[in-house]
Design a protein around this ligand. Structure first.
Ligand SMILES: *Cc1c(COP(=O)(O)O)cnc(C)c1O
Length: 422
């Protein structure tokens, strides 16, 4: 099936239940077992079925199957937020004494999680240059458990050299994890480029209307073979899990990565997605392709306008021919479209603040991927606690304004920016 069809039909059998055309919301905590044998079979994985909503839920299950197919993966698992998805993907393979290698261009929440919070769990992070992966190989050692990067990064709007990262990782038998939130499953599918695990904050383009927080982890087919071939690095998957009566994950004929997140991490830490949020995301996923195409087309028009404006010093949008990531956008993303994030530089810090205070249609919001256009000035808001030196290190320029272009008519967006700039 093609993506547009998958997004509307996959993972749901309308012949079950009452034939509901809209996937029903299973707003329930637990599920009655037929008898004690049924219960025992479910816990022993001899039979598959819902036990308790912290672990599985029929509504969430539809979203998981649909999203897995959309990304070309073998399985997916929903989490309560994008941050939880990233944490689970890392904690599924790394423990105290291990290290991970992360991109130098990541979402701020991922940076604090992966460099500060997991350090307190004994997992350290090394940083590679995602533009060309030139220093990646030298950072890999016996304790390296994952390489983590964003396909199209937020807020830097940079595109990783995915092909090179995957080539190096495969040669060393190290797992690759790609955060595909900004490019979205509509424009890019990391698994088709050989990436092992994909994570998303579904709060952004997948939701598209700013109504729910959610996350998802997707794994490629064949990870059991990968773990067996690299069993020194990934012994959690190939040796008995004492917390699950000695289960060896690679012996189970189910996609191993999501299985272990479900049976160990979701069970113990419990960042489960609420069924109602799964239902909301099932609705919005239906239009993901249409929306991301429009976000991209609108953003290109706005970027071209900004590039032509005398008060704008620089525009960063990979859909522009002048952009350093243009060739990568053409290579990796469907139709060369580059999603909805743009940043641009003006003369001064004060001028950037003045523009934020002058827009009428854009909302000043620290979110992205909404149908409503959003504007932020990172230096005076999200990064305002940093010194000028720290801002430079974090790649946050005091004169930079960031836009998340929505689904309004671009004529109105350009008119609003024009009046704010003048
Ligand atoms: C927002 C975002 C996250 C975090 O997702 P939440 O759903 O807010 O927890 C992770 N990665 C990227 C690229 C994001 O934009």
């Amino acid at each position: 099936m093609e993506k547009e069809t998958i997004a509307i039909h996959a993972g749901y059998n309308k012949k079950q239940g009452n034939g509901e055309m809209s996937v029903p919301i299973s707003q329930t905590t637990a599920y009655a077992f037929r008898d004690s044998e049924h219960a025992a079979n479910l816990f022993a994985l001899k039979e598959l079925g819902p036990i308790y909503t912290r672990l599985t839920n029929p509504t969430t299950d539809v979203l998981e199957q649909r999203f897995a197919q959309l990304e070309g993966g073998a399985a997916a698992i929903c989490t309560s937020s994008g941050q939880a998805a990233i944490f689970y993907a890392i904690a599924n393979v790394a423990e105290a004494g291990d290290n991970i290698i992360i991109s130098d261009k990541l979402y701020g929440g991922a940076v604090t999680l992966l460099t500060h919070t997991i350090k307190r769990f004994g997992i350290s992070a090394k940083v590679f240059k995602s533009d060309d992966a030139s220093n990646l190989e030298e950072l890999i050692d016996d304790k390296t458990k994952a390489i983590f990067f964003e396909s199209l990064s937020n807020p830097q709007i940079a595109i990783t050299d995915v092909e090179k990262v995957v080539e190096i990782a495969k040669r060393h038998g190290v797992l690759t994890i790609c955060d595909n939130t900004v490019a979205s499953a509509a424009l890019f599918n990391p698994i088709s480029w050989g990436v092992d695990v994909v994570v998303h904050s579904t709060s952004k383009y997948t939701n598209g209307q700013g109504t729910a927080i959610g996350g998802i982890v997707v794994e490629r087919d064949g990870l059991a073979e990968f773990f067996k071939a690299n069993s020194n690095r990934y012994s959690h998957f190939t040796t008995p899990d004492e917390s699950y009566h000695g289960l060896v994950y690679t012996d189970v004929p189910l996609p191993n990565f999501c299985l272990r997140i479900r049976l160990a991490l979701l069970r113990d830490i419990g960042a489960t997605q609420a069924p109602f949020n799964s239902w909301l995301l099932i609705q919005t996923l239906e239009t993901l392709g249409l929306r991301v195409d429009k976000h991209s087309d609108n953003a290109l028009e706005v970027a071209k306008f900004l590039e032509s404006h005398p008060k704008v010093k620089a525009v960063n949008y990979p859909g522009l021919k002048s952009n350093k990531y243009y060739d990568k956008a053409q290579k990796y993303f469907k139709g060369g479209k580059a999603s909805g994030l743009i940043s641009f530089d003006v003369e001064s810090f004060e001028e950037a603040k003045r523009i934020i205070d002058s827009v009428k249609l854009f909302s000043v919001v620290v979110n992205i991927g909404d149908s409503k256009s959003l504007i932020t000035h990172p230096a005076s808001t999200t990064h305002s606690q940093m010194s000028p030196e720290e801002l430079v290190k974090a790649g946050v320029n005091p004169v930079t304004v960031r836009l998340s272009i929505g689904l309004e008519n671009p004529v109105d967006l350009i008119e609003d920016l024009n009046q704010a700039l003048n």
